[in-house]
Design a protein around this ligand. Structure first.
Ligand SMILES: NC(=O)c1ccc[n+]([C@@H]2O[C@H](COP(=O)([O-])OP(=O)(O)OC[C@H]3O[C@@H](n4cnc5c(N)ncnc54)[C@H](O)[C@@H]3O)[C@@H](O)[C@H]2O)c1
Length: 271
């Protein structure tokens, strides 16, 4: 019967401040060299997590600055998330460097867009292998380790508003197919892993100004302005508005949330 007592003292003794921490945890962030992944890595470091960044790029100055700015351990691994052998070797190395994995965020992704009929098989395979297969492979390696540790864990995958609906003013059906698949993957894995205390959630970013935003790298002001008109809050998001949500999903503050998707989109999907 003890299991069914509604009123425990925990709501008084465990403050919100106690719950929102990642102190001593190891967080693996793919795609953490720049953009959303970099902001997410910073958010985790601010909450005390040690950070393993996995990315295809050479280490960026911003990642190097992360360690100096937050005092946590930060290690950078250059790897292609769609390459299973290279990923295996990277996870082996990072486990010998950190000893554990408690959190994973799969932010590595590419936003290849363009008219649907212009996507050849090579392009289609590339988008799927990075955005979807890469997410699945990294999650498998992290889950394997979390199960061995036996302490649960928390995983956040990155979908998109395009995983739910067509993105206003954009042509990127193949990209959106990977983002819809990530939603299904996340929910199904959340159910499978629930009994092990491993939570799996996703976020669906709306319009952030990064390399994957069509028009931003090309400085196409007219196109960017046209997006703003479609966003209910009438502005682009700031990455600080994303890192806090991911950090929340990784901490004990969200311990009863799994299989959920949170749209960080200024109301686009609500419209
Ligand atoms: N920017 C947005 O508005 C937006 C909206 C919805 C979803 N997203 C998603 O957020 C995630 C992060 O994108 P971003 O906006 O920060 O773009 P970004 O291009 O700035 O960052 C993506 C990162 O992933 C890395 N990467 C790409 N391919 C890789 C590979 N094969 N192996 C390892 N690393 C690889 C890149 O080097 C880069 O550092 C992506 O999954 C993207 O689809 C972004």
């Amino acid at each position: 019967m003890e299991r069914f007592v509604a009123e425990t003292d925990a709501y008084r003794t465990r403050s919100v401040h106690d719950l929102i921490t990642l102190k001593g945890k190891t967080a693996v962030i793919t795609g953490g060299a720049r953009g959303l992944g970099l902001a997410i890595a910073r958010g985790c470091a601010e909450l005390g997590a040690n950070i393993a960044v996995l990315d295809l790029l050479e280490q960026t100055a911003e990642v190097a600055e992360l360690e100096r700015g937050t005092g946590v351990k930060v290690q950078y691994y250059r790897v292609d998330v769609s390459d299973p052998e290279a990923l295996d070797a990277t996870f082996t190395k990072l486990l010998s460097d950190f000893g554990s994995i408690d959190c994973l965020v799969t932010a590595a992704g590419v936003g290849t867009g363009g008219p649907f009929l212009e996507h050849d098989k090579r392009t289609i395979d590339r988008v799927i292998s990075i955005n979807l297969t890469g997410t699945i492979l990294c999650t498998q390696l992290a889950v394997k380790q979390m199960l061995q540790q036996g302490n649960g864990g928390s995983i956040v995958t990155i979908s998109s508003i395009g995983g739910h609906a067509g993105i206003p003013q954009q042509k990127n059906a193949v990209y959106c197919a990977t983002k819809g698949a990530i939603l299904g993957f996340t929910k199904s894995l959340a159910v499978e892993m629930a009994e092990h205390g491993i939570r799996v959630n996703s976020i669906s970013p709306g319009f952030f100004l990064t390399n994957v935003t069509p028009g931003y790298p090309q400085k196409n002001v007219a196109l960017l302005e046209s997006y703003v008109q479609k966003i209910p809050v009438k502005r682009f998001a700031d990455r600080s508005e994303l890192k806090s949500i991911v950090a929340f999903l990784l901490t004990e503050a969200s311990s009863y949330i799994t299989g959920e998707d949170i749209a960080v989109d200024g109301g686009v999907l609500a419209g």
